[in-house]
Design a protein around this ligand. Structure first.
Ligand code: EPU
Length: 427
Protein backbone atom coordinates (compact mmCIF):
# COMPACT_ATOMS: atom_id res chain seq x y z
CA UNK A 1 0.00 0.00 0.00
CA UNK A 2 1.39 3.40 -0.93
CA UNK A 3 2.33 6.06 1.60
CA UNK A 4 3.14 9.75 1.26
CA UNK A 5 6.27 11.14 2.91
CA UNK A 6 6.28 14.85 3.57
CA UNK A 7 8.79 17.13 5.22
CA UNK A 8 7.49 20.65 5.81
CA UNK A 9 8.50 23.66 7.79
CA UNK A 10 8.78 26.00 4.82
CA UNK A 11 6.07 28.15 3.24
CA UNK A 12 4.34 27.03 0.03
CA UNK A 13 4.75 29.42 -2.87
CA UNK A 14 3.60 29.45 -6.49
CA UNK A 15 0.43 28.41 -8.25
CA UNK A 16 -1.63 25.25 -8.42
CA UNK A 17 -4.38 24.38 -10.91
CA UNK A 18 -7.57 22.85 -9.59
CA UNK A 19 -9.02 19.75 -11.28
CA UNK A 20 -12.66 19.04 -12.11
CA UNK A 21 -14.98 18.25 -9.20
CA UNK A 22 -15.16 14.58 -8.26
CA UNK A 23 -18.56 14.97 -6.62
CA UNK A 24 -19.96 16.68 -9.72
CA UNK A 25 -18.46 14.18 -12.17
CA UNK A 26 -19.86 11.10 -10.36
CA UNK A 27 -23.61 11.94 -10.66
CA UNK A 28 -23.10 13.30 -14.19
CA UNK A 29 -21.49 10.02 -15.26
CA UNK A 30 -24.53 8.22 -13.83
CA UNK A 31 -26.84 10.63 -15.70
CA UNK A 32 -25.51 9.21 -18.99
CA UNK A 33 -27.72 6.18 -18.22
CA UNK A 34 -30.80 8.36 -18.85
CA UNK A 35 -30.15 8.59 -22.60
CA UNK A 36 -28.74 6.58 -25.46
CA UNK A 37 -26.00 7.80 -27.74
CA UNK A 38 -22.54 9.10 -27.02
CA UNK A 39 -21.91 11.60 -24.21
CA UNK A 40 -18.64 13.37 -23.53
CA UNK A 41 -17.53 14.73 -20.15
CA UNK A 42 -14.59 17.12 -20.09
CA UNK A 43 -12.47 18.36 -17.18
CA UNK A 44 -12.92 15.05 -15.35
CA UNK A 45 -10.26 14.44 -12.68
CA UNK A 46 -8.08 11.32 -12.98
CA UNK A 47 -9.17 9.60 -9.77
CA UNK A 48 -9.94 6.14 -8.52
CA UNK A 49 -13.63 7.01 -7.91
CA UNK A 50 -13.95 7.95 -11.60
CA UNK A 51 -12.42 4.59 -12.61
CA UNK A 52 -14.79 2.78 -10.25
CA UNK A 53 -17.80 4.57 -11.79
CA UNK A 54 -16.51 3.74 -15.28
CA UNK A 55 -16.22 0.08 -14.24
CA UNK A 56 -19.75 0.18 -12.87
CA UNK A 57 -21.17 1.71 -16.06
CA UNK A 58 -19.33 -0.95 -18.10
CA UNK A 59 -20.78 -3.66 -15.87
CA UNK A 60 -24.24 -2.19 -16.54
CA UNK A 61 -23.59 -2.52 -20.27
CA UNK A 62 -22.27 0.88 -21.37
CA UNK A 63 -19.13 1.48 -23.39
CA UNK A 64 -16.87 3.80 -21.38
CA UNK A 65 -13.50 5.22 -22.40
CA UNK A 66 -11.57 7.13 -19.75
CA UNK A 67 -9.05 9.37 -21.44
CA UNK A 68 -8.39 11.90 -18.67
CA UNK A 69 -9.46 14.67 -18.53
CA UNK A 70 -12.19 13.32 -20.83
CA UNK A 71 -14.60 10.46 -20.39
CA UNK A 72 -16.67 9.13 -23.31
CA UNK A 73 -19.77 7.06 -22.60
CA UNK A 74 -21.66 5.15 -25.27
CA UNK A 75 -24.79 3.07 -25.14
CA UNK A 76 -24.14 -0.67 -25.31
CA UNK A 77 -26.64 -3.19 -26.67
CA UNK A 78 -27.99 -4.67 -23.45
CA UNK A 79 -28.27 -3.05 -20.07
CA UNK A 80 -28.08 -5.18 -16.96
CA UNK A 81 -29.63 -2.87 -14.30
CA UNK A 82 -27.61 -4.26 -11.44
CA UNK A 83 -24.85 -2.69 -9.32
CA UNK A 84 -22.97 -5.47 -7.47
CA UNK A 85 -21.57 -5.24 -3.95
CA UNK A 86 -17.96 -5.58 -5.19
CA UNK A 87 -18.24 -2.21 -6.94
CA UNK A 88 -20.58 -0.41 -4.52
CA UNK A 89 -18.41 -1.24 -1.50
CA UNK A 90 -15.50 0.56 -3.16
CA UNK A 91 -17.50 3.74 -3.50
CA UNK A 92 -20.78 4.71 -1.85
CA UNK A 93 -21.64 7.12 -4.66
CA UNK A 94 -22.44 4.02 -6.77
CA UNK A 95 -25.93 4.35 -5.29
CA UNK A 96 -26.35 7.19 -7.81
CA UNK A 97 -27.19 4.63 -10.51
CA UNK A 98 -30.38 3.63 -8.66
CA UNK A 99 -32.56 6.57 -9.77
CA UNK A 100 -31.43 6.57 -13.44
CA UNK A 101 -31.73 2.76 -13.78
CA UNK A 102 -35.24 2.43 -12.41
CA UNK A 103 -36.42 5.51 -14.33
CA UNK A 104 -34.96 4.33 -17.64
CA UNK A 105 -35.28 0.54 -17.46
CA UNK A 106 -38.15 0.05 -14.97
CA UNK A 107 -36.05 -1.90 -12.52
CA UNK A 108 -32.77 -1.80 -10.62
CA UNK A 109 -30.88 -4.02 -8.23
CA UNK A 110 -28.26 -2.04 -6.36
CA UNK A 111 -26.19 -3.23 -3.44
CA UNK A 112 -26.72 -1.33 -0.19
CA UNK A 113 -23.52 0.61 0.42
CA UNK A 114 -23.21 -0.42 4.09
CA UNK A 115 -21.55 1.73 6.74
CA UNK A 116 -18.40 3.72 6.12
CA UNK A 117 -15.57 5.23 8.10
CA UNK A 118 -17.26 8.60 8.62
CA UNK A 119 -20.73 7.40 9.66
CA UNK A 120 -23.69 5.10 9.04
CA UNK A 121 -24.86 7.06 6.00
CA UNK A 122 -28.32 5.57 5.39
CA UNK A 123 -30.13 5.99 2.04
CA UNK A 124 -33.70 6.05 3.39
CA UNK A 125 -34.40 9.45 1.78
CA UNK A 126 -33.44 8.13 -1.67
CA UNK A 127 -35.76 5.15 -1.22
CA UNK A 128 -38.72 7.13 0.18
CA UNK A 129 -38.51 9.49 -2.78
CA UNK A 130 -38.53 6.64 -5.29
CA UNK A 131 -41.51 5.09 -3.51
CA UNK A 132 -43.35 8.40 -3.83
CA UNK A 133 -42.73 8.13 -7.59
CA UNK A 134 -44.51 4.78 -7.63
CA UNK A 135 -41.57 2.40 -7.19
CA UNK A 136 -41.86 -0.72 -5.14
CA UNK A 137 -38.74 -1.20 -3.04
CA UNK A 138 -37.58 -4.42 -1.45
CA UNK A 139 -34.43 -4.98 0.57
CA UNK A 140 -33.08 -8.48 -0.01
CA UNK A 141 -29.73 -9.97 0.97
CA UNK A 142 -28.01 -6.61 1.09
CA UNK A 143 -29.53 -5.35 -2.16
CA UNK A 144 -32.15 -2.70 -2.91
CA UNK A 145 -34.52 -4.06 -5.52
CA UNK A 146 -36.58 -1.30 -7.08
CA UNK A 147 -39.30 -1.75 -9.64
CA UNK A 148 -41.35 0.89 -11.47
CA UNK A 149 -45.19 1.00 -11.07
CA UNK A 150 -47.18 -2.07 -12.17
CA UNK A 151 -44.17 -4.35 -12.52
CA UNK A 152 -41.61 -2.08 -14.16
CA UNK A 153 -43.65 0.79 -15.64
CA UNK A 154 -42.80 4.46 -15.96
CA UNK A 155 -42.25 6.49 -12.80
CA UNK A 156 -44.76 9.22 -12.04
CA UNK A 157 -43.93 12.72 -10.88
CA UNK A 158 -44.23 13.36 -7.15
CA UNK A 159 -43.99 16.02 -4.46
CA UNK A 160 -41.17 15.01 -2.14
CA UNK A 161 -40.01 16.78 0.99
CA UNK A 162 -36.63 15.53 2.24
CA UNK A 163 -36.40 15.09 6.02
CA UNK A 164 -32.89 16.51 5.76
CA UNK A 165 -30.87 17.89 2.86
CA UNK A 166 -28.96 15.05 1.21
CA UNK A 167 -26.59 15.64 -1.70
CA UNK A 168 -26.70 12.27 -3.47
CA UNK A 169 -30.35 11.79 -2.40
CA UNK A 170 -31.33 15.03 -4.16
CA UNK A 171 -29.26 14.01 -7.21
CA UNK A 172 -30.76 10.50 -7.40
CA UNK A 173 -34.31 11.84 -7.31
CA UNK A 174 -33.56 14.64 -9.81
CA UNK A 175 -32.36 12.00 -12.28
CA UNK A 176 -35.39 9.77 -11.63
CA UNK A 177 -37.76 12.74 -12.00
CA UNK A 178 -36.14 13.69 -15.34
CA UNK A 179 -37.86 10.64 -16.90
CA UNK A 180 -41.00 10.52 -14.72
CA UNK A 181 -44.40 11.40 -16.13
CA UNK A 182 -45.31 14.94 -15.08
CA UNK A 183 -43.75 17.70 -12.99
CA UNK A 184 -42.03 16.77 -9.73
CA UNK A 185 -41.32 19.12 -6.86
CA UNK A 186 -38.46 18.37 -4.47
CA UNK A 187 -38.41 20.38 -1.22
CA UNK A 188 -35.61 20.81 1.36
CA UNK A 189 -33.05 19.86 -1.29
CA UNK A 190 -29.29 19.97 -0.89
CA UNK A 191 -28.01 23.27 -2.35
CA UNK A 192 -24.43 22.20 -3.10
CA UNK A 193 -22.88 23.50 -6.34
CA UNK A 194 -22.60 19.87 -7.52
CA UNK A 195 -26.42 19.56 -7.38
CA UNK A 196 -26.73 22.75 -9.41
CA UNK A 197 -24.25 21.34 -11.91
CA UNK A 198 -26.33 18.17 -12.35
CA UNK A 199 -29.36 20.40 -13.00
CA UNK A 200 -27.43 22.13 -15.81
CA UNK A 201 -26.61 18.76 -17.39
CA UNK A 202 -30.19 17.45 -17.13
CA UNK A 203 -31.35 20.65 -18.85
CA UNK A 204 -28.77 20.09 -21.61
CA UNK A 205 -30.25 16.60 -22.01
CA UNK A 206 -33.70 18.10 -22.54
CA UNK A 207 -35.35 17.81 -19.11
CA UNK A 208 -36.73 21.02 -17.60
CA UNK A 209 -35.09 21.52 -14.21
CA UNK A 210 -35.76 24.74 -12.26
CA UNK A 211 -34.18 25.68 -8.97
CA UNK A 212 -31.21 23.28 -8.77
CA UNK A 213 -28.87 24.89 -6.23
CA UNK A 214 -31.84 26.16 -4.15
CA UNK A 215 -33.89 24.23 -1.62
CA UNK A 216 -36.88 23.76 -3.97
CA UNK A 217 -36.39 22.06 -7.35
CA UNK A 218 -39.07 21.54 -10.01
CA UNK A 219 -38.44 18.94 -12.72
CA UNK A 220 -40.60 18.32 -15.75
CA UNK A 221 -39.85 14.77 -16.90
CA UNK A 222 -39.41 13.69 -20.52
CA UNK A 223 -40.58 10.50 -22.15
CA UNK A 224 -38.01 7.70 -21.86
CA UNK A 225 -36.03 7.82 -25.09
CA UNK A 226 -36.42 11.61 -25.37
CA UNK A 227 -33.42 12.70 -23.30
CA UNK A 228 -30.36 13.47 -25.41
CA UNK A 229 -26.70 12.62 -24.81
CA UNK A 230 -24.54 15.61 -23.87
CA UNK A 231 -21.12 17.21 -23.95
CA UNK A 232 -20.17 18.95 -20.72
CA UNK A 233 -17.11 20.36 -18.93
CA UNK A 234 -17.21 19.70 -15.16
CA UNK A 235 -16.93 22.59 -12.66
CA UNK A 236 -13.73 22.93 -10.60
CA UNK A 237 -13.45 20.96 -7.36
CA UNK A 238 -14.20 23.39 -4.53
CA UNK A 239 -12.96 20.95 -1.87
CA UNK A 240 -9.66 20.41 -3.65
CA UNK A 241 -9.33 24.21 -3.92
CA UNK A 242 -10.14 24.63 -0.22
CA UNK A 243 -7.60 21.96 0.69
CA UNK A 244 -4.79 23.86 -1.12
CA UNK A 245 -5.99 27.09 0.50
CA UNK A 246 -5.55 25.57 3.96
CA UNK A 247 -2.19 24.08 2.93
CA UNK A 248 -1.00 27.53 1.79
CA UNK A 249 -1.94 29.05 5.15
CA UNK A 250 -0.05 26.54 7.28
CA UNK A 251 3.27 28.42 7.31
CA UNK A 252 4.04 32.14 7.67
CA UNK A 253 5.18 33.44 4.27
CA UNK A 254 2.83 31.10 2.35
CA UNK A 255 1.71 32.71 -0.92
CA UNK A 256 -0.24 30.51 -3.33
CA UNK A 257 -2.43 31.22 -6.33
CA UNK A 258 -5.18 28.60 -6.52
CA UNK A 259 -6.05 28.64 -10.20
CA UNK A 260 -9.41 27.90 -11.75
CA UNK A 261 -11.41 27.96 -8.49
CA UNK A 262 -14.91 29.42 -8.06
CA UNK A 263 -14.71 31.70 -5.04
CA UNK A 264 -18.52 31.97 -4.77
CA UNK A 265 -18.64 28.22 -3.98
CA UNK A 266 -16.18 28.69 -1.11
CA UNK A 267 -17.64 31.64 0.76
CA UNK A 268 -17.92 30.05 4.21
CA UNK A 269 -14.32 28.83 4.08
CA UNK A 270 -13.01 32.16 2.75
CA UNK A 271 -14.77 34.08 5.55
CA UNK A 272 -13.47 31.76 8.26
CA UNK A 273 -9.92 31.85 6.86
CA UNK A 274 -10.02 35.66 6.74
CA UNK A 275 -11.29 35.72 10.33
CA UNK A 276 -8.27 33.57 11.18
CA UNK A 277 -5.97 36.23 9.72
CA UNK A 278 -5.26 34.72 6.30
CA UNK A 279 -5.27 37.18 3.41
CA UNK A 280 -7.50 35.99 0.57
CA UNK A 281 -8.04 37.89 -2.66
CA UNK A 282 -9.54 36.91 -6.00
CA UNK A 283 -7.70 37.40 -9.27
CA UNK A 284 -10.08 36.52 -12.11
CA UNK A 285 -10.71 32.78 -11.90
CA UNK A 286 -8.02 32.36 -9.25
CA UNK A 287 -7.83 32.77 -5.48
CA UNK A 288 -4.64 34.11 -3.92
CA UNK A 289 -3.92 32.95 -0.36
CA UNK A 290 -1.24 34.74 1.65
CA UNK A 291 -0.22 34.29 5.22
CA UNK A 292 2.02 36.86 6.82
CA UNK A 293 1.23 36.82 10.55
CA UNK A 294 -0.05 34.37 13.15
CA UNK A 295 -3.27 32.38 12.80
CA UNK A 296 -6.10 33.35 15.14
CA UNK A 297 -8.42 30.73 16.62
CA UNK A 298 -11.85 30.63 14.94
CA UNK A 299 -14.86 28.40 15.66
CA UNK A 300 -16.66 26.50 12.92
CA UNK A 301 -19.79 24.37 12.72
CA UNK A 302 -20.23 22.22 9.63
CA UNK A 303 -23.57 22.56 7.83
CA UNK A 304 -25.12 21.83 4.45
CA UNK A 305 -24.14 24.32 1.72
CA UNK A 306 -23.80 27.31 1.94
CA UNK A 307 -22.64 26.53 5.48
CA UNK A 308 -19.11 25.38 6.30
CA UNK A 309 -18.55 22.12 4.35
CA UNK A 310 -17.97 18.93 6.31
CA UNK A 311 -15.48 17.99 3.57
CA UNK A 312 -13.25 20.90 4.74
CA UNK A 313 -13.57 20.27 8.49
CA UNK A 314 -10.44 18.10 8.86
CA UNK A 315 -8.22 20.47 6.89
CA UNK A 316 -9.48 23.53 8.81
CA UNK A 317 -9.01 21.73 12.13
CA UNK A 318 -5.35 21.18 11.20
CA UNK A 319 -4.97 24.90 10.50
CA UNK A 320 -6.53 25.65 13.89
CA UNK A 321 -4.13 23.22 15.57
CA UNK A 322 -1.43 25.89 15.14
CA UNK A 323 -3.62 28.93 15.88
CA UNK A 324 -3.25 31.31 18.81
CA UNK A 325 -5.94 30.32 21.31
CA UNK A 326 -8.77 27.82 21.46
CA UNK A 327 -11.16 26.99 18.66
CA UNK A 328 -14.28 24.87 18.81
CA UNK A 329 -15.02 22.72 15.76
CA UNK A 330 -18.50 21.18 15.65
CA UNK A 331 -19.35 18.45 13.13
CA UNK A 332 -23.09 18.20 12.44
CA UNK A 333 -23.22 16.19 9.18
CA UNK A 334 -21.45 12.90 9.93
CA UNK A 335 -21.26 11.22 13.34
CA UNK A 336 -17.71 9.89 13.04
CA UNK A 337 -15.67 12.47 11.24
CA UNK A 338 -12.87 13.17 13.72
CA UNK A 339 -10.73 10.14 12.96
CA UNK A 340 -7.85 12.39 11.97
CA UNK A 341 -7.70 13.74 15.54
CA UNK A 342 -5.98 10.77 17.27
CA UNK A 343 -3.38 10.81 14.46
CA UNK A 344 -2.85 14.56 14.89
CA UNK A 345 -2.32 14.07 18.63
CA UNK A 346 0.65 11.88 17.69
CA UNK A 347 2.05 14.86 15.82
CA UNK A 348 1.79 17.05 18.92
CA UNK A 349 -1.58 18.76 18.34
CA UNK A 350 -3.67 19.56 21.41
CA UNK A 351 -7.26 18.54 20.67
CA UNK A 352 -9.97 17.28 23.04
CA UNK A 353 -12.93 15.42 21.57
CA UNK A 354 -16.34 15.79 23.22
CA UNK A 355 -19.06 14.07 21.19
CA UNK A 356 -19.44 15.93 17.92
CA UNK A 357 -17.14 18.74 19.05
CA UNK A 358 -13.38 19.11 18.94
CA UNK A 359 -11.80 21.71 21.18
CA UNK A 360 -8.49 22.69 19.62
CA UNK A 361 -5.84 24.51 21.64
CA UNK A 362 -3.25 25.87 19.25
CA UNK A 363 0.36 24.70 19.66
CA UNK A 364 3.61 26.34 18.48
CA UNK A 365 4.86 23.37 16.50
CA UNK A 366 3.89 19.98 15.14
CA UNK A 367 6.27 17.01 15.03
CA UNK A 368 6.84 14.47 12.29
CA UNK A 369 5.27 11.02 12.85
CA UNK A 370 3.95 7.96 11.05
CA UNK A 371 0.21 8.40 10.81
CA UNK A 372 -2.63 6.43 9.29
CA UNK A 373 -5.14 7.86 6.83
CA UNK A 374 -8.71 6.79 7.55
CA UNK A 375 -10.83 8.54 4.94
CA UNK A 376 -10.37 10.85 2.02
CA UNK A 377 -10.43 14.26 3.72
CA UNK A 378 -8.67 12.99 6.85
CA UNK A 379 -5.81 11.85 4.60
CA UNK A 380 -5.47 15.30 3.07
CA UNK A 381 -5.55 16.92 6.51
CA UNK A 382 -2.64 14.76 7.72
CA UNK A 383 -0.55 15.78 4.72
CA UNK A 384 -1.32 19.43 5.48
CA UNK A 385 -0.25 18.85 9.08
CA UNK A 386 2.99 17.34 7.77
CA UNK A 387 3.64 20.55 5.81
CA UNK A 388 3.88 22.46 9.08
CA UNK A 389 6.58 20.29 10.62
CA UNK A 390 10.25 20.40 9.69
CA UNK A 391 10.45 16.70 10.57
CA UNK A 392 9.35 13.87 8.31
CA UNK A 393 5.76 12.64 8.39
CA UNK A 394 4.68 9.44 6.69
CA UNK A 395 0.97 9.23 5.90
CA UNK A 396 0.05 5.58 5.37
CA UNK A 397 -2.89 3.99 3.56
CA UNK A 398 -3.16 6.80 1.05
CA UNK A 399 -5.48 4.78 -1.19
CA UNK A 400 -8.21 6.94 0.34
CA UNK A 401 -6.41 9.99 -0.98
CA UNK A 402 -6.24 8.58 -4.51
CA UNK A 403 -10.04 8.42 -4.54
CA UNK A 404 -10.31 12.19 -4.45
CA UNK A 405 -7.10 14.18 -5.01
CA UNK A 406 -5.50 14.17 -8.43
CA UNK A 407 -1.66 14.05 -8.32
CA UNK A 408 -1.52 15.68 -4.87
CA UNK A 409 2.18 15.00 -4.37
CA UNK A 410 2.99 16.57 -7.75
CA UNK A 411 0.79 19.59 -7.09
CA UNK A 412 2.21 20.20 -3.59
CA UNK A 413 5.73 19.50 -4.90
CA UNK A 414 5.13 22.24 -7.49
CA UNK A 415 4.49 24.64 -4.60
CA UNK A 416 7.87 23.80 -3.06
CA UNK A 417 6.86 21.07 -0.60
CA UNK A 418 9.25 18.19 -0.01
CA UNK A 419 6.88 15.33 -0.67
CA UNK A 420 7.09 11.91 -2.29
CA UNK A 421 5.00 8.79 -2.75
CA UNK A 422 6.46 5.60 -1.35
CA UNK A 423 5.08 2.81 -3.51
CA UNK A 424 4.20 -0.37 -1.62
CA UNK A 425 5.06 1.02 1.84
CA UNK A 426 4.16 -0.90 4.98
CA UNK A 427 0.39 -0.59 5.72
N1 EPU B 1 -28.68 10.97 5.28
C1 EPU B 1 -29.74 10.26 5.79
N2 EPU B 1 -30.55 9.57 4.91
C2 EPU B 1 -30.35 9.59 3.57
C3 EPU B 1 -29.26 10.32 3.06
C4 EPU B 1 -28.44 11.01 3.94
O1 EPU B 1 -29.97 10.22 7.00
O2 EPU B 1 -31.11 8.95 2.85
C5 EPU B 1 -27.82 11.74 6.21
C6 EPU B 1 -26.35 11.27 6.17
O3 EPU B 1 -26.15 10.15 7.01
C7 EPU B 1 -25.65 12.51 6.64
C8 EPU B 1 -26.48 13.65 6.02
O4 EPU B 1 -27.74 13.07 5.72
O5 EPU B 1 -25.72 12.60 8.04
C9 EPU B 1 -25.92 14.26 4.76
O6 EPU B 1 -25.48 13.24 3.89
P1 EPU B 1 -25.54 13.36 2.31
O7 EPU B 1 -26.55 12.39 1.81
O8 EPU B 1 -25.70 14.79 1.90
O9 EPU B 1 -24.11 12.84 1.91
P2 EPU B 1 -23.76 12.04 0.60
O10 EPU B 1 -24.66 12.48 -0.49
O11 EPU B 1 -23.66 10.59 0.90
C10 EPU B 1 -22.06 13.79 -0.36
C11 EPU B 1 -20.64 13.79 -0.78
C12 EPU B 1 -19.74 13.68 0.46
C13 EPU B 1 -20.04 14.86 1.36
C14 EPU B 1 -21.53 14.90 1.71
C15 EPU B 1 -21.94 16.10 2.54
C16 EPU B 1 -20.75 12.81 -2.99
C17 EPU B 1 -20.44 11.68 -3.88
N3 EPU B 1 -20.40 12.68 -1.70
O12 EPU B 1 -22.28 12.55 0.31
O13 EPU B 1 -18.40 13.73 0.00
O14 EPU B 1 -19.29 14.77 2.54
O15 EPU B 1 -22.32 14.90 0.50
O16 EPU B 1 -21.62 17.27 1.88
O17 EPU B 1 -21.26 13.83 -3.44
C18 EPU B 1 -16.09 13.34 0.08
O18 EPU B 1 -16.00 13.80 -1.07
O19 EPU B 1 -15.07 13.12 0.80
C19 EPU B 1 -17.39 13.05 0.65
C20 EPU B 1 -17.57 12.26 1.70
Amino acid sequence: MDAIRVRGGKPLKGSVRISGAKNAALPILCATLLSDGASRLRNVPALRDIDTTAALLRFLGRGVRVDAPEVHVEAGCDVRPEAPYELVKQMRASVLVLGPLVARFGRAKVSLPGGCAIGARPIDQHLKGLEAMGCSIKLERGYVIAEGPAGGGRLRAAEICFDLPTVTGTENLMMAAALAKGRSTLVNCAREPEVEELGRVLNKMGATVDGAGTDVIHILGRDPGDLEPFDHAIIPDRIEAGTYMCAAAMMPGGDVLVEGAEVQDLEALVMKMRAAGVEITTEGQSIRVRRSGPIRAVNITTAPHPGFPTDMQAQFLVLMSMAQGESVITETIFENRFMHVPELLRMGANVALRGNTAVVEGVDRLYGASVMATDLRASASLIIAGLASDEETEVRRVYHLDRGYERIEEKLGGLGATIARVVGAEA
